[in-house]
Design a protein. Sequence first.
Length: 64
Amino acid sequence: MRKEYDYQKIEVANRAEGVLVEYISCDCGMLAERIRWKRTEYKCKSCGKQYKLAFGGQYIEVKN
């Protein structure tokens, strides 16, 4: 399970509080940032990997 962070890069402990997740942890160790026009997709600027929020709260890697 990937760690989730808000816009201040503070880890989100309970997503039920209504906090918008801006960043998630990437496989490379950096943070993948939310793509602005896509609410549930994230992209890592370091390695270029993209992730999408799937059913059940898991993030899956999107193959390009």
